[in-house]
Design a protein around this ligand. Structure first.
Ligand code: FES
Length: 164
Protein backbone atom coordinates (compact mmCIF):
# COMPACT_ATOMS: atom_id res chain seq x y z
CA UNK A 1 0.00 0.00 0.00
CA UNK A 2 1.27 3.49 -0.81
CA UNK A 3 0.91 6.37 1.63
CA UNK A 4 -2.36 7.53 0.11
CA UNK A 5 -3.98 4.11 -0.17
CA UNK A 6 -6.77 3.21 2.16
CA UNK A 7 -8.57 -0.04 2.89
CA UNK A 8 -10.83 -0.92 -0.02
CA UNK A 9 -8.93 1.22 -2.50
CA UNK A 10 -7.84 -1.85 -4.49
CA UNK A 11 -11.41 -3.08 -4.76
CA UNK A 12 -12.53 0.30 -6.01
CA UNK A 13 -9.74 0.47 -8.57
CA UNK A 14 -10.62 -3.03 -9.77
CA UNK A 15 -14.25 -2.09 -10.11
CA UNK A 16 -13.28 0.94 -12.18
CA UNK A 17 -11.20 -1.26 -14.49
CA UNK A 18 -13.96 -3.87 -14.72
CA UNK A 19 -16.58 -1.23 -15.31
CA UNK A 20 -14.57 0.36 -18.08
CA UNK A 21 -14.03 -2.99 -19.80
CA UNK A 22 -17.69 -3.89 -19.44
CA UNK A 23 -18.82 -0.55 -20.69
CA UNK A 24 -16.69 -0.85 -23.79
CA UNK A 25 -18.16 -4.29 -24.50
CA UNK A 26 -21.69 -3.08 -23.78
CA UNK A 27 -21.38 0.33 -25.31
CA UNK A 28 -24.86 0.08 -26.79
CA UNK A 29 -26.42 0.13 -23.32
CA UNK A 30 -25.09 3.52 -22.30
CA UNK A 31 -22.13 5.77 -22.13
CA UNK A 32 -18.86 4.66 -20.64
CA UNK A 33 -19.15 7.34 -18.01
CA UNK A 34 -22.59 6.17 -16.90
CA UNK A 35 -21.52 2.54 -16.72
CA UNK A 36 -18.39 3.39 -14.74
CA UNK A 37 -20.29 5.48 -12.21
CA UNK A 38 -22.89 2.78 -11.73
CA UNK A 39 -20.38 0.03 -11.18
CA UNK A 40 -18.42 1.97 -8.59
CA UNK A 41 -21.57 2.66 -6.60
CA UNK A 42 -22.68 -0.97 -6.91
CA UNK A 43 -19.33 -2.43 -5.88
CA UNK A 44 -19.06 -0.44 -2.68
CA UNK A 45 -22.69 0.05 -1.81
CA UNK A 46 -22.17 3.78 -1.70
CA UNK A 47 -20.41 6.54 -3.57
CA UNK A 48 -16.73 5.71 -3.39
CA UNK A 49 -14.54 8.36 -1.74
CA UNK A 50 -11.80 7.30 -4.17
CA UNK A 51 -14.05 8.42 -7.02
CA UNK A 52 -14.54 11.93 -5.71
CA UNK A 53 -11.40 12.71 -3.73
CA UNK A 54 -7.71 12.73 -4.30
CA UNK A 55 -4.89 12.49 -1.81
CA UNK A 56 -2.33 15.27 -1.63
CA UNK A 57 -0.01 13.30 0.63
CA UNK A 58 0.93 13.28 4.27
CA UNK A 59 0.43 16.27 6.54
CA UNK A 60 4.03 15.76 7.64
CA UNK A 61 5.29 16.77 4.20
CA UNK A 62 4.32 20.33 5.10
CA UNK A 63 6.62 21.91 7.67
CA UNK A 64 4.68 23.09 10.71
CA UNK A 65 4.20 26.82 10.11
CA UNK A 66 5.14 26.39 6.46
CA UNK A 67 3.53 25.75 3.10
CA UNK A 68 3.60 23.35 0.18
CA UNK A 69 2.38 23.44 -3.41
CA UNK A 70 0.61 20.63 -5.26
CA UNK A 71 0.34 19.94 -8.96
CA UNK A 72 -3.08 20.16 -10.59
CA UNK A 73 -5.11 17.01 -11.08
CA UNK A 74 -4.76 15.20 -14.42
CA UNK A 75 -6.14 17.40 -17.17
CA UNK A 76 -5.99 20.51 -15.01
CA UNK A 77 -3.66 23.46 -15.01
CA UNK A 78 -4.24 25.20 -11.69
CA UNK A 79 -2.71 23.53 -8.69
CA UNK A 80 -3.31 23.82 -4.99
CA UNK A 81 -1.26 24.83 -2.01
CA UNK A 82 -1.51 24.21 1.69
CA UNK A 83 -0.43 26.01 4.83
CA UNK A 84 0.04 24.04 8.02
CA UNK A 85 -0.46 25.29 11.55
CA UNK A 86 0.14 22.37 13.87
CA UNK A 87 -2.52 19.79 13.10
CA UNK A 88 -4.55 22.26 11.03
CA UNK A 89 -4.06 22.31 7.25
CA UNK A 90 -5.56 25.05 5.08
CA UNK A 91 -5.74 24.28 1.38
CA UNK A 92 -6.40 26.83 -1.38
CA UNK A 93 -6.48 26.93 -5.15
CA UNK A 94 -3.17 28.37 -6.32
CA UNK A 95 -4.71 31.30 -8.14
CA UNK A 96 -4.60 34.86 -6.89
CA UNK A 97 -8.01 36.60 -6.94
CA UNK A 98 -6.32 39.67 -8.41
CA UNK A 99 -5.59 38.37 -11.92
CA UNK A 100 -5.42 34.61 -11.44
CA UNK A 101 -1.67 34.11 -11.32
CA UNK A 102 -0.08 31.40 -9.19
CA UNK A 103 1.10 32.84 -5.90
CA UNK A 104 4.44 31.28 -5.01
CA UNK A 105 7.76 33.01 -5.52
CA UNK A 106 9.63 29.70 -5.36
CA UNK A 107 8.40 26.11 -5.26
CA UNK A 108 6.43 25.53 -2.03
CA UNK A 109 7.08 29.08 -0.78
CA UNK A 110 3.72 30.80 -0.27
CA UNK A 111 4.33 32.67 2.99
CA UNK A 112 5.99 35.95 3.83
CA UNK A 113 9.35 36.01 5.58
CA UNK A 114 7.72 35.94 8.99
CA UNK A 115 5.62 32.95 7.97
CA UNK A 116 2.50 34.77 9.09
CA UNK A 117 0.66 35.61 5.86
CA UNK A 118 0.29 34.09 2.43
CA UNK A 119 1.80 36.45 -0.11
CA UNK A 120 1.34 36.68 -3.85
CA UNK A 121 4.66 37.09 -5.62
CA UNK A 122 3.16 38.98 -8.58
CA UNK A 123 1.86 42.16 -6.94
CA UNK A 124 2.26 41.57 -3.22
CA UNK A 125 -1.28 40.79 -2.05
CA UNK A 126 -1.34 39.23 1.42
CA UNK A 127 -3.83 36.71 2.75
CA UNK A 128 -4.66 35.20 6.13
CA UNK A 129 -3.75 31.51 6.16
CA UNK A 130 -6.79 30.61 8.26
CA UNK A 131 -9.46 31.83 5.84
CA UNK A 132 -7.68 33.10 2.72
CA UNK A 133 -9.00 36.63 3.24
CA UNK A 134 -6.90 39.28 1.49
CA UNK A 135 -5.76 41.85 4.05
CA UNK A 136 -3.62 44.03 1.78
CA UNK A 137 -2.78 44.56 -1.87
CA UNK A 138 -4.75 45.00 -5.08
CA UNK A 139 -7.42 42.42 -4.18
CA UNK A 140 -7.95 43.58 -0.59
CA UNK A 141 -11.27 42.31 0.75
CA UNK A 142 -11.38 39.43 -1.71
CA UNK A 143 -10.30 35.91 -0.78
CA UNK A 144 -8.47 32.87 -2.05
CA UNK A 145 -10.64 29.93 -3.09
CA UNK A 146 -10.64 27.58 -0.13
CA UNK A 147 -10.66 23.83 -0.72
CA UNK A 148 -12.59 21.45 1.51
CA UNK A 149 -10.00 19.30 3.22
CA UNK A 150 -10.24 16.07 5.12
CA UNK A 151 -7.42 14.53 7.13
CA UNK A 152 -7.48 10.76 7.52
CA UNK A 153 -4.65 8.76 9.09
CA UNK A 154 -2.31 11.71 8.58
CA UNK A 155 -3.15 12.06 4.87
CA UNK A 156 -4.71 15.13 3.24
CA UNK A 157 -7.77 14.48 1.05
CA UNK A 158 -9.42 17.06 -1.17
CA UNK A 159 -12.19 16.93 -3.80
CA UNK A 160 -10.90 15.23 -6.92
CA UNK A 161 -11.46 18.24 -9.17
CA UNK A 162 -10.16 20.93 -6.82
CA UNK A 163 -7.71 23.15 -8.64
CA UNK A 164 -8.67 22.06 -12.14
S1 FES B 1 -1.78 38.45 -9.19
FE1 FES B 1 -1.63 38.36 -7.03
S2 FES B 1 -1.50 40.40 -6.39
FE2 FES B 1 -1.68 40.52 -8.55
Amino acid sequence: MTACDRPGADATQNSIADATQNSIADATRGSIADATRGSIADATGRESPAQSERCLGPVEEIPDGGSRGYAPPPGGFTGLFAVRRGEAVFVYVNSCPHVGLPLEIQPHRFLDRAGELIVCAAHGARFRPEDGHCVSGPCMGDALEAVATRIEAGMIWVPEKAGL
